[in-house]
Ligand binder design. Structure first.
Ligand code: IP8
Length: 267
């Protein structure tokens, strides 16, 4: 195992759960993804999204809008219960494939003050030195301003990138990559390679932004997370987790279907 570099692998909630159906797991898909992750020979931190274990209840109780009424606590309790269960399922699935995975509850180590995040990553740093694979998830974090808010797995990847020496971030999504609208034809085309500057100027397809159950912005939120990530890391990759072997192709430096985003425009 190469211990100098750390990759972040974000498993999208949309690929491991059926997003429209409350607490509905795509167990087989999760196992297949975990199997490919077990072949990853670079140290990594795994982040997973919430899918239908988080977003449906979050929307029902307007958790993403911050504290406004006491009844929201019911939603907070339920999401904590459901997300604890999902994280346990993800960790078990990784362990079954031989990954030394250990979960850390995000809101216990990240909160928000008036000017930024308060973080305590000491245990994660220690776990990494012991060759363990930390697993975190999008969560409801406590904040000084709104009381609480949702921290998406994509934003969490950003916070991690600000605090660790991160090499690459791989987003395992439920689409092939980032689609760009071709202005001439009006068609959406998969962009195989983009630079950070490209993201400011191109017209990103809005096809995948219409998930009404997603309270953290879906592809739109991901693009903005990727822009900030590229300030910290040299490469971000978006692939479709319905084809987990693409993860192994990345690892083996083989051609794969997906989008590679780089910090600097190649000249
Ligand atoms: O699925 C959202 O994380 P995401 C976390 O990565 C909750 O956006 C609790 C809805």
């Amino acid at each position: 195992m190469n211990s100098k570099k750390i990759d972040i692998i974000k498993i999208g909630g949309s690929v491991i759960t059926n997003k429209g159906e409350y607490r509905s797991l795509r167990k087989k898909q999760l196992s297949l993804i975990c199997k490919e992750i077990s072949k990853w020979d670079i140290k990594c931190i795994i982040v997973h999204g919430a899918g239908s274990f988080g977003h449906i209840i979050a929307k029902q109780y307007s958790i993403h809008l911050g504290f406004s009424y006491q009844e929201q606590m019911k939603g907070i309790f339920q999401i904590r219960k459901d997300m604890t269960e999902l994280s346990e399922i993800v960790v078990n699935s990784l362990v079954e494939e031989g990954v030394k995975a250990l979960s850390f509850q995000t809101s216990a180590i990240i909160s928000e003050n008036k000017s930024g995040y308060d973080v305590n990553f000491n245990s994660i740093k220690k776990a990494l030195t012991l060759d363990l694979t930390p697993v975190l998830a999008g969560d409801i974090i406590f904040t000084e301003k709104e009381g609480f808010r949702i921290l998406s797995g994509d934003t969490l990847a950003n916070i991690l990138a600000n605090n660790f020496e991160i090499n690459r971030v791989i987003f395992i999504s439920d689409i092939d990559g980032i689609y760009i609208r071709n202005k001439d034809t009006g068609e959406d085309e998969l962009a195989t390679s983009l630079s950070k500057d490209d993201l400011d100027f191109i017209s990103i397809s809005i096809l995948q932004q219409s998930d009404s159950n997603d309270v953290t912005g879906d592809m739109k939120g991901k693009i903005s997370a990727i822009k900030s990530l590229l300030e910290q890391v040299s490469e971000v990759i978006v692939i479709n987790g319905n084809y987990p072997k693409r993860l192994t192709s990345i690892q083996n430096s083989e051609n794969f279907i997906g989008t590679i985003l780089i910090a600097k425009k190649s000249t």
